[in-house]
Design a protein around this ligand. Structure first.
Ligand code: FMN
Length: 201
């Protein structure tokens, strides 16, 4: 297997799907342009999210599509958050601009039930993480670039209130669109570092 950070992986004999998976990389918002994924394509990505392992099918997550017509409202929320945090006028403008980046923008929200007897909270978080990963991979496999972004504002109570219902957590946002630059590894992966034999004492 090639593990050179400058080149994408191509495992000989592997399915196209596996090679696509092995070459999923995030694409920053400055490299994302129109066309954005359509709602139907986003629904396919959501279907992939629902294929992540999820004990008792609790679905402790959801995606919230931010329509273009609402972007200015999000920009105002981001600006307000920056203002409340004592940011300068320039920093406020940058935050405002962030809400407009990415041809498609979705919020990713979890609903973890600490009192759920059948599935402990950490397993619910794992299910949500798997769903998020599947969503990104499906977008990649449909030819779109995407990146998850959060920052301090994802924990801001006013912004959280705008996205979350009672008991939900705003994890962050997913920007998606057509990549102007091929998704590219930043550094080489070393699968051996995450695999070891069990050696009990
Ligand atoms: C929940 C979550 C929040 C993230 N928030 C940010 C962020 O605010 N800014 C950022 O540059 N990267 C953020 N990242 C990391 C990127 O989305 C991306 O995964 C990372 O740059 C690694 O790139 P890769 O996906 O190509 O391996 C976040 C990732 C996750 C899963």
């Amino acid at each position: 297997m090639q593990s050179d950070a400058d080149s994408n992986i191509d495992v000989r004999g592997a399915s196209n799907a596996l090679n696509q998976l092995l070459n999923r990389y995030s694409v920053g918002t400055k490299y994302l342009v129109d066309p954005a994924p359509t709602v139907d394509q986003i629904l396919i990505a959501a279907s992939a999210a629902l294929r992540a392992p999820d004990r008792h099918n609790l679905q402790p997550f959801r995606f919230i599509l931010i329509p273009d017509a609402q972007r200015q409202k999000l920009a105002a929320l981001f600006a307000d958050c920056a203002r409340r945090n004592g940011k300068s006028a320039d920093e406020i403008a940058i935050e405002q601009e962030r809400a407009l980046l990415g041809p498609a923008l979705l919020a990713f929200v979890t609903h973890i039930e600490p009192e759920e007897q059948r599935v402990v909270a950490r397993e619910q978080w794992i299910a949500a993480g798997g769903a998020l990963a599947n969503f990104l991979t499906a977008l990649h496999m449909m030819g779109f670039g995407a990146k998850v972004l959060s920052g301090n504002k994802a924990a801001d109570p006013v912004i959280c209130k705008a996205f979350c219902e009672e008991g939900e957590t705003l994890v962050g946002w997913i920007a998606a669109g057509t990549a102007t630059k091929a998704p590219h590894p930043r550094e080489s992966d070393n699968p051996s570092s995450i695999l070891r034999n069990w050696a009990p004492n």
